[in-house]
Design a protein around this ligand. Structure first.
Ligand SMILES: O=C(O)CCC(=O)C(=O)O
Length: 275
């Protein structure tokens, strides 16, 4: 069992994140990386741009991570025992590509309310300052939802290039993870990440997010999977788990879910970004 200790919960409540948490071995992380890379080889483009969302619907190993009981124990400590998965994102930064993530709050454009939800960032490769790990503005989740400038800037891995200004970047905390470890972060905490300056890819598989069954999607529709407990509210359409590697019906479901997600992410925006 991997419920959070009192100290870990205190860290989450005080800082807006808790890290690192051991989930699986480096060998398992390598197997998962190989499955991701097999998808890229067999279906080039399937995981690119808006295809990076919901890969757990077509990959048995990513499905396994999404429903991992150690992750769910930790998540339960934060949001309670009735847990839904409402989406996943692969954040891949290839070596020699100029990808970064501007400082932002997840709660801004995701439409999930109230904020009884949490994001799990699972390291499939090591993630450190050299290859562009996430950086957190500690305690910023206690403030209000901040103004985000929509930059749509080159290399920015966020949908709208949404950016919070005046972040004290030199005081942000790097979330250094070994492959197989994860961090949890709060919907309101301001965070971002720098360029990958290494010679290998940095891969994060992000369950974005685990929500309590009491959370609504106020900007559109999100298919969900029941991860743990009971859904007494039934606010969302329940979608099935993957039936195998690159199964055709699952690929179609992923496409549909991702098209619904685009409507949420770009609601009210005249411009559409790459993701
Ligand atoms: O992977 C990254 O560098 C950023 C990910 C992120 O912003 C998130 O998981 O909310």
């Amino acid at each position: 069992m991997s419920y959070l200790s009192a100290n870990q919960l205190k860290q989450y409540n005080d800082k807006g994140f808790v890290s690192p948490i051991d989930i699986f071995s480096k060998n398992r992380a390598n197997e998962i990386r190989k499955e991701i890379e097999l998808i890229e080889e067999k279906m080039p483009g399937e995981l690119n741009k808006s295809g990076r969302y919901n890969a757990h619907l077509i990959s048995p190993l990513l499905d396994d991570v999404t429903h991992n009981s150690k992750i769910l124990d930790a998540v339960q400590s934060v949001i309670g025992k009735n847990i839904l998965v409402c989406g996943t994102t692969l954040f891949i930064k290839n070596a020699n590509e100029k990808g970064f993530v501007s400082y932002h709050q997840d709660a801004k454009y995701i439409g999930l309310k109230p904020y009884n939800w949490v994001t799990a960032w699972v390291a499939i490769t090591d993630s450190n300052e050299h290859n562009g790990c996430m950086r957190m503005w500690s305690g910023s989740h206690k403030g209000s939802l901040k103004n985000h400038k929509q930059m749509f800037n080159k290399g920015n891995l966020l949908t709208r290039g949404q950016t919070v200004n005046n972040v004290p970047t030199d005081k942000t905390t790097p979330l250094i993870l070994k492959a197989g470890q994860m961090s949890l972060h709060h919907p309101m905490v301001v965070h971002g990440s720098d360029l990958n300056k290494s010679n290998d890819r940095r891969i994060g598989f992000v369950i974005q997010s685990y929500i309590s069954t009491s959370v609504k999607q106020v900007l559109g529709k999100n298919g969900v999977q029941i991860a743990r407990g009971n859904d007494q509210f039934r606010y969302h359409n329940v979608i099935k788990r993957t039936s195998g590697f690159l199964n055709n019906d699952d690929i179609k479901l992923k496409l549909k879910e991702n098209s619904d997600l685009q409507k949420i992410f770009y609601r009210g925006s005249e411009k559409k970004g790459e993701y």
